[in-house]
Design a protein around this ligand. Structure first.
Ligand code: SAM
Length: 272
C-alpha cells in the first residue's frame, strides 16, 4: 500500500460491521458486536459522569430508598455509571451485562471511582442460569431493553428479571420516547444530544421494527446502533403480562403527565 492509498487501519474490535444492508440487521444478539471497544471508549470519554449525575439527580436513589430497597441487580451495567452511583450511595449492587467488553470497562471505571464492582457476565434471556440469588430491585437503564428485536426475547427477558426479584421486588426500566420518533418522523431534524453538544445522536432510519441511530463524535467519527422502537404502551403491556402489578411511568424524571414530550420514559414496575 503506498502513501496515497494508505488508510487508517482499524483494530478488529474497533469497527462495527452491519454488512451490506444495515437496516436488515434486526437481531437480539447483535449488541455484543455493536459495542466495540472504540465506540465504548469514545462514548465514555465524552459522557461526563458528573454531568450525567447532575441531570439524573437522586431520582433512582430516591425511588429505591422510598420503597426500602437495598440489594440491586444492574442487568445493563454498560460502562458502570449506575452501578457506581448506587454503590457509592450505600446499596448492595451486582453488575451484570452480556457484553464482556462493557463489563471490563465498568470494572475499570469502578476502580477509578474507588469502588469494586461485583460483575457477572450474563445475557438477560438466560439470566437465572448465571445469576443466583434474589434482589430487591433490578435496573435496566440507559435505553438498553431496546436491543431485543424479538417479542419472544422481550417476554423471556422480563420473565427472567421477574424471577430474580424477591416477592415484593421492583424493576426499573427506561426507554427512549420512540412514539414521537415513529409518529412525527425525523424529517423535523429533531436531534437528541447527550452531554451538551459533544455527541449527537440522530435516527437515520426508522420503521415500526427498527430505529437505526447514528452517533457523531467531535472528531467526525460515526458509530451506529440498531434498536427496536418500543412504544411506551407496548412496553407497559409487556411488563403487565410478565406479572408486575403496578407500573408507574415517568417522563424525563418527572411525574406522569408533567412532561409533555419527554425524550425518555422510566417505568417503575412493582411485583406486589
Ligand atoms: N446502563 C448503561 C448506561 O446507562 O450507560 C448501558 C446502556 S447501553 C445503551 C446497553 C447495555 O445493555 C450494553 O452494555 C449491552 O451490552 C447491554 N445489553 C444489551 N442487550 C443485552 C442482553 N440481551 N443481555 C445482557 N445485556 C445486554
Amino acid at each position: 500500500m503506498n502513501a496515497k492509498t494508505k488508510q487508517r487501519v482499524f483494530a478488529p474490535d474497533e469497527r462495527q460491521d452491519y454488512g451490506e444492508d444495515p437496516t436488515a440487521v434486526r437481531q437480539s444478539s447483535k449488541y455484543t458486536s455493536e459495542y466495540v471497544r472504540g465506540f465504548v471508549d469514545k462514548w465514555d470519554e465524552l459522557i461526563d459522569w458528573e454531568q450525567r449525575a447532575k441531570s439524573e439527580g437522586r431520582f433512582f436513589i430516591d425511588v429505591l430508598k422510598a420503597r426500602g430497597k437495598t440489594s440491586v441487580l444492574d442487568v445493563a451495567t454498560g460502562t458502570g455509571f449506575h452501578s457506581v452511583q448506587l454503590l457509592k450511595a450505600g446499596f448492595d449492587v451486582f453488575s451484570a451485562d452480556g457484553s464482556a467488553e462493557m463489563l471490563a470497562k465498568a470494572f475499570k471505571n469502578g476502580v477509578d471511582n474507588d469502588v469494586v464492582l461485583k460483575t457477572v457476565h450474563a445475557d438477560w434471556r438466560w439470566l437465572n442460569r448465571d445469576v443466583h440469588g434474589k434482589f430487591d430491585a433490578v435496573i435496566c437503564l440507559g435505553n438498553s431493553f431496546t436491543h431485543l428485536f424479538d417479542e419472544a426475547d422481550r417476554r423471556r427477558a422480563l420473565a427472567e428479571f421477574y424471577a430474580v426479584l424477591k416477592h415484593d421486588g421492583i424493576l426499573i426500566l427506561d426507554q427512549r420516547n420512540y412514539d414521537t420518533i415513529l409518529d412525527d418522523g425525523f424529517s423535523t431534524k429533531h436531534k437528541f444530544y447527550y452531554c451538551g453538544d459533544k455527541v449527537s445522536a440522530e435516527p437515520v432510519h426508522v420503521d415500526e421494527g427498527l430505529a437505526r441511530f447514528e452517533y457523531t463524535f467531535p472528531d467526525g467519527s460515526k458509530h451506529n446502533l440498531n434498536m427496536f422502537p418500543l412504544r411506551k404502551d407496548y412496553t407497559r403491556g409487556l411488563l403487565r403480562d410478565a406479572g408486575f402489578q403496578q407500573i408507574h411511568s415517568y417522563g424525563d424524571f418527572q411525574e406522569e403527565g408533567e412532561e409533555k414530550n419527554p425524550d425518555f420514559f422510566i417505568h417503575v414496575a412493582e411485583k406486589s
